[in-house]
Design a protein around this ligand. Structure first.
Ligand SMILES: [Ca+2]
Length: 185
């Protein structure tokens, strides 16, 4: 009889723990989901340059399939002289206090660089700069706006300003505007 009672108690205890765990997981899931929506996250551009995805106007680049970080396509640019660069310009709007996040993957010849600028009116601010390498690397930047702003994100790759001419491939571009994490908590 005793083992049966013990088994029953153990089973009840396990069941209780399990249901609490499920309840806790469900609450966490809800909280994370709720934060994602209440954070005011606006995706401006999310593309890997695949055929079924958004392709922003990129007159100084071309979509190619010889190299890709994900999928089978990427954005390619080339400069053959000093002080030249290929720009991918993406318009954005952000309310005061919002944070702009820009990230992309880049690789290329050793020599040229890749940079992220934002332009608001006449003011141009460099947010990130890397030297290109043959291996893919992430280029990432964030900027918080003191007042309501609208402008252009400039993803520049390759750039021979301060470097050498050469080639660059860009993939997995993500640009979004959101409330900073501390504001959401
Ligand atoms: Ca791709």
């Amino acid at each position: 009889m005793k083992p049966n009672i013990l088994s029953l108690l153990t089973a009840l205890l396990l069941c209780r723990c399990k249901s609490q765990a499920i309840l806790a997981m469900a609450c966490c899931g809800f909280a994370v989901g709720a934060l994602g929506h209440s954070g005011g996250n606006t995706v401006i551009l999310d593309t890997s340059f695949e055929s079924n995805q958004t392709l922003p106007p990129a007159p100084q680049h071309q979509v190619v399939s010889d190299k890709a970080r994900t999928g089978s396509r990427s954005l390619f640019g080339q400069v053959s002289e000093p002080k030249k660069a290929c720009f991918l310009r993406v318009p954005f709007q952000a309310k005061a206090g919002m944070e702009l996040l820009v990230s992309f993957q880049a690789c290329g010849d050793k020599g040229p660089g890749a940079t992220i600028f934002i332009r608001v009116g006449e003011k141009r601010t460099r947010l990130a700069s890397v030297d290109l390498k043959p291996e893919w690397q992430e280029v990432r930047a964030a900027h918080t706006f003191a007042k309501d702003s609208e402008g252009t994100v400039e993803i520049i790759a390759p750039s021979s300003y301060g470097g050498k001419p050469g080639r660059a491939w860009v993939d997995d571009v993500l640009i979004n505007v959101r409330q900073p994490i501390f504001a959401r908590w």
